[in-house]
Design a protein around this ligand. Structure first.
Ligand SMILES: C[S@@+](CC[C@H](N)C(=O)[O-])C[C@H]1O[C@@H](n2cnc3c(N)ncnc32)[C@H](O)[C@@H]1O
Length: 219
């Protein structure tokens, strides 16, 4: 389902004295409002801190990467860190479902490829751009709260497009809790805690999609 926009909605005609550009809400306020309205599909009260955003990218060889996908970018704290490091030869595709977040991302990063789309359409997005393989999938999606079939499909299509050395990176605001879950999908799962994020968060770095992963064979 496509979420409706919560920004720039005017129920009354503008007051004659209130002329001028509408000042947009700070990121944390927009994220909190979205969380209160949409709950588990947002799954976070506030955008990730710089600590968590940088941890998501730790160890990536930006000289080598040909294509990076970010899923569930929100207001863009991780996008900003990727764009600081990315090289001219690397393609970045940022996927976000919510129209207000997409508007904010496009305003903030006018040269970035922002796809307002469901992450489960990942393969279609790649095919439309003629991209066969991806080096890193950087996921801010609240995967544990998705229906199992949707989570399975997103992880399966990400893994199918990963290059042999590629990895799937997943952020969390619940350290260690989902290690076992991601271990069902990937042979190697490493976790780095980020205690300075509020709330404390962390990053799972996953490699080697299991042939026995849930949903590995689509029904
Ligand atoms: C926990 S927030 C993370 C936002 C941002 N990456 C950060 O670190 O602050 C999850 C984001 O995933 C987005 N999202 C949820 N379901 C999605 C889907 N099916 N496809 C694409 N984005 C989705 C939400 O709109 C939200 O922006």
């Amino acid at each position: 389902m496509t979420p409706a926009s919560d920004e720039n909605v005017q129920s009354n005609p503008p007051s004659p004295v209130a002329v001028g550009p509408k000042k947009s809400r700070p990121d944390w306020m927009l994220m909190t409002a979205k969380f209160l309205k949409h709950g588990t599909s947002i799954a976070s009260f506030s955008p990730s801190s710089g600590y968590l955003a940088r941890a998501m990218l730790r160890g990536i060889d930006f000289e080598k990467a040909q294509c990076i996908i970010e899923l569930g970018a929100g207001t863009g704290p991780i996008t900003a860190e990727i764009l600081k490091r990315i090289q001219p030869h690397t393609k970045l595709i940022v996927v976000e479902l919510d129209p207000d977040f997409c508007h904010r991302l496009r305003t903030r990063f006018p040269n970035a490829d922002i796809a307002e789309a469901d992450a489960s359409k990942l393969e279609e997005l790649l095919d439309a751009r003629g991209i066969p393989h991806v080096d890193h999938v950087i996921s801010g999606l609240p995967l544990p709260s998705f229906p199992a079939a949707v989570r399975d499909a997103i992880i399966r299509s990400s893994a199918k497009r990963l290059s042999p050395e590629g990895d799937f990176r997943q952020l969390t605001n619940m350290p260690y809790v989902y290690w076992k879950l991601y271990g069902k999908y990937f042979e190697s799962v490493k976790f780095e805690i980020v205690p300075l994020n509020l709330p404390p968060g962390g990053v799972y770095t996953c490699k080697g999609y299991r042939t026995t992963a849930p949903g590995a064979t689509p029904t």
